[in-house]
Design a binder for this molecule. Structure first.
Ligand SMILES: Nc1ncnc2c1ncn2[C@@H]1O[C@H](COP(=O)(O)OP(=O)(O)OP(=O)(O)O)[C@@H](O)[C@H]1O
Length: 677
């Protein structure tokens, strides 16, 4: 019955079935699992007198007073009238839809949704439709249901039709096989599937409805988390490379550094060495805020891999960064007789490099995606360090590992995200955190100003330059454009070069040739350029500790996490650093975002706010991130369930052999094979 086409349901037929197909609903089962997005309280005529302030209402009735239009000013008008629902009357107000006046006739029927305002004793209408008088009459006869589900609908399929069709399906189905055994449901406080399906479509109370809805969310999340956990356990059990840890050399290397490691850095290095020294493959994520010193941690891992006779790859997100790492690591490794090569798409004489890698002559390979191309063969790849910027999903991480015989994998992330979220995104990885900043760092002082204050900003920059310090100016565009507004790096560079005429100003953007980019970066690093006007190509990882000021033009155009990354280009030494956001917008959102940036430098808080403001899709580029598209679980609203979901996943794994759990395990296994394997 569940698999039956819905066109055979009472009152459906082929025409309507077609419309449902657009919503992804084809079978009776699809219909039952077509979960409403919201719940709305239907206020029937009897309770019109009990309306609460700010209460959401949805009701149908007849217009009983001649509507009246008032124009307050050019872009503000409203229509006032009164409707009767049969047993009571209520005033309604409709803002900024003057064209409705002609349609709102006395005695005509309307269906409205809106919010009750107790002060004015009226409903502010958000949605208004003109149903037939017949349907209104039906509604008045069924006043008992206080709540109605709200579904994703289309133009042709009204809420009412969807509700009626689901009701027809519900009457044909008596019992549905539950994928979750009672033991599990009781333990995690979930309703049975039958009760959840009924409760979600025929709500009895708000609380019960949410509990029913939660059953779907929780089951989906648990299936996902169990599959991730299972994958993690499989990887753990996989025999990987047991690397030899040359403790004396590693200690000597650390003692020779110009600085002493923070406790967090030491702890993370400890985690990594334990993983690398064990028989099992390493799958570890290191999370640390911008400038917390992740590079040195990766360097130690690469050193260990090379000393142990294997090859290590450091995969950088941009060529500029690959170049920077190469310049820093080359001399360090040379002391240990370890050969480092760089391989990016603009590397000349690639064949020679390939040979060196294949022959095992080069033990450390630094580069961009080019290092993973098919024609690059490794003699003995034992460690891959990637950046979270690569947004490798679980599947791609597995493909990476196939480049060697179960090499260890280390993922570095500069976007600190809440623990619960990282459990979803990286459930298959072990996680280490660097929370401390190196000793002696002063928090960056951040200011938000309008473009009118630019003169003052320049004066401030000159003050810093006079003291021998350096600075960045970031523009959103490379060159001026007719389509997009915003400052462009090329024009800006030519303007400020005149203003800072006593200083050298460099230019950096993504359309320059690789050699020109390298030159510009090198000249800035070595202090030849005092200022660098750049696009966001410097966003990730660029490390020039002497830079103390960063000005970000059109700051309103960037996401918070991106602004935080850009700001992280300064404050990388004990010098006091400054970030000046030039905000060209007066909008509330812009103000709010600038407010967050000026009030905190805590990457965790910023990424949480960014996630809230932009939503998970934009924040992560979910698809690129390799996350599945969840049907019920929402990355933003349901994160609080993740800890419990993890507990449930662990519980489920312990029940692998239990017959009663066969149904849910077949779902987990399907998911695992489709998504993770
Ligand atoms: N324990 C430490 N004490 C002092 N300085 C340190 C310490 N660890 C790292 N540094 C220095 O701090 C700067 C930032 O370190 P690093 O480039 O590793 O940061 P990061 O975590 O990679 O930041 P980003 O995410 O911006 O790339 C570098 O100049 C590095 O040499």
């Amino acid at each position: 019955m569940l698999k039956r086409d819905i066109q055979f349901l009472k009152g459906v037929g082929p025409q309507r079935a077609k419309l449902f197909k657009k919503l992804g609903v084809e079978t009776v089962e699809d219909l039952l699992f077509f979960i409403p997005r919201d719940l709305q309280r239907i206020t029937n005529a009897n309770s019109l007198t009990n309306l609460q302030d700010k209460e959401k209402v949805s009701l149908e009735g007849q217009i009983v007073e001649t509507p009246f239009l008032k124009k307050v000013r050019n872009n503000l008008s409203f229509i006032n009238t009164t409707i009767s629902t049969g047993n009571g009357r209520v005033k309604i107000v409709i803002f900024n839809r003057p064209y409705l006046l002609n349609k709102l006739k006395v005695n005509s029927f309307v269906a409205i949704e809106g919010v009750y305002n107790n002060q004015y004793k009226q409903i502010t209408v958000s949605d208004l439709k003109f149903p037939s008088s017949k349907s209104v009459a039906i509604n008045e006869k069924t006043p008992e249901s206080k709540y109605v589900p709200v579904y994703n609908s289309t133009e042709e399929l009204s809420q009412k039709i969807i509700r009626q069709t689901i009701f027809a399906a519900l009457t044909t189905i008596k019992n549905i096989d539950d994928s979750l055994p009672e033991e599990f449901r009781l333990r995690f406080g979930l309703h049975s599937l039958s009760e959840s399906i009924r409760g979600i479509h025929l709500p009895v109370s708000e609380q019960h409805w949410h509990k029913c809805k939660n059953r779907f969310i929780f089951e989906e999340l648990t299936v996902f988390q169990t599959a991730m956990l299972y994958s993690k356990q499989l990887a753990h059990n996989e025999i990987g490379i047991q690397q030899y840890i040359d403790n004396r050399t590693v200690e000597g290397f650390i003692n020779n550094l110009k600085f002493s490691l923070t406790d967090d850095q030491k702890k993370v290095i400890g985690d990594i060495l334990r993983d690398m020294g064990s028989q099992r493959s390493m799958n570890r994520l290191v999370q640390g805020d911008v400038g917390s010193g992740k590079t040195i941690v990766a360097t130690v891992a690469l050193l260990v891999a090379a000393l142990s006779g294997g090859q290590g790859v450091l995969l950088a997100p941009t060529e500029i960064l690959a170049e920077q790492h190469y310049k820093n690591l080359y001399p360090i490794f040379k002391e240990h007789k370890i050969e480092v090569v760089i391989l990016t798409s603009s590397t000349k004489d690639k064949e020679k490099i390939y040979m060196k890698i294949q022959g095992g002559e080069s033990q450390v390979v630094i580069g961009t995606h080019a290092v993973l191309q098919q024609n690059v063969e490794y003699k003995n790849l034992s460690l891959i360090v990637t950046d979270e910027q690569h947004r490798f999903g679980v599947k791609q991480r597995a493909a990476l590992r196939a480049k060697g015989k179960h090499p260890d994998v280390l993922v570095m992330s500069a976007t600190p995200i809440p623990r619960t979220l990282s459990q979803v995104l990286y459930g298959d990885l072990d996680v280490s955190m660097i929370k401390q900043m190196p000793m002696g760092r002063k928090p960056i002082l951040t200011y938000s100003v309008s473009p009118q204050s630019r003169e003052k900003v320049y004066e401030f920059i000159i003050k810093e330059l006079k003291q021998g310090k350096q600075g960045y100016i970031i523009c959103p565009l490379i060159e001026e454009s007719e389509k997009v507004t915003g400052e462009s790096a090329i024009t800006y560079h030519s303007n400020v070069s005149k203003i800072f005429d006593k200083y050298k100003v460099g230019l950096l953007h993504g359309q320059m040739k690789q050699e020109e980019k390298d030159q510009a970066m090198l000249k800035f690093k070595e202090g030849y350029f005092n200022m660098l006007v750049s696009t966001t190509v410097v966003e990730v990882g660029v490390d020039v500790p002497n830079a103390t000021v960063i000005v970000i033009e059109n700051a309103e155009k960037f996401g918070l996490a991106q602004l935080h990354q850009l700001r992280g280009r300064v404050g990388r030494s004990s010098l006091q650093s400054y970030c000046i956001l030039i905000c060209h917008s007066n909008s509330e959102t812009a103000k709010k975002r600038m407010g967050i940036m000026t009030s905190t430098t805590d990457g965790f808080r910023i990424s949480e706010e960014d996630l809230k403001l932009r939503g998970p899709g934009e924040f992560f580029g979910i698809r690129q991130h390799g996350l599945p598209e969840f049907k019920y679980f929402n990355l933003l609203n349901d994160l609080s369930q993740v800890s419990k979901g993890k507990e449930a996943a662990e519980f489920l794994i312990s029940k692998l052999q239990d017959e009663r759990y066969a149904h849910i395990f077949s779902k987990i296994s399907d998911f695992y094979h489709n998504y993770l394997n």
